[in-house]
Ligand binder design. Structure first.
Ligand SMILES: [Fe+2]
Ligand SMILES: [Fe+2]
Length: 162
């Protein structure tokens, strides 16, 4: 059984590490842009995709389509679009290193807050109906497929330090 939510939580820990490393970052602009280009690719093409297509539908199903959960999930889905656009805009603009840093700090803050809300909602649904959630999670997709499509080596490179 692929534990999607467990992987999602590991990704969230990774995002925190990025945020911590940005605080300490002393390198040049090119390096910083490259780091966040890679992160943005990961967030868009693996993390948020898995949430949109597996985690969120599984949470809705496990909560029997509860209106509040559906509303919360809609909000989280629109956050994904906002986060993606925000990061791309920071990377595309010709800003100086300090401007980039402060904008990326704001991006990290939103990403971490979003991740915390996700876990809060998921934990509350799972604590009430874990069996239904696990079944739904398995039914909506296979984590390995997403990792393969993104690129296995590229995916596991994120977790080399763990
Ligand atoms: Fe998310
Ligand atoms: Fe997330």
């Amino acid at each position: 059984m692929a534990d999607v939510y467990n992987s999602i939580r590991k990704h969230h820990v990774l995002f925190k590490r990025y945020a911590d490393e940005l605080e300490e970052f002393k390198g040049d602009k090119r390096t910083l842009l490259k780091i966040y280009d890679v992160l943005n690719d990961f967030v868009d093409n693996v993390h948020s995709r898995i949430e949109d297509e597996i985690l969120y539908p599984a949470l809705i199903e496990a909560s029997s389509g509860k209106e509040q959960i559906k509303k919360d999930i809609e909000r989280l889905k629109s956050d994904h679009l906002v986060l993606s656009k925000l990061c791309s805009e920071i990377l595309d603009k010709d800003l100086d290193i300090n401007e980039i840093k402060s904008k990326l700090k704001a991006y990290d803050k939103i990403l971490l807050e979003h991740s915390a809300i996700e876990e809060e909602i998921a934990d509350s649904v799972i604590s009430k109906s874990e069996k239904r959630f696990r079944e739904a999670e398995d039914g909506f997709g296979n984590l390995d497929t997403y990792i393969r499509e993104f690129g296995k080596d590229k995916y596991y490179a994120f977790f080399r330090e763990e």
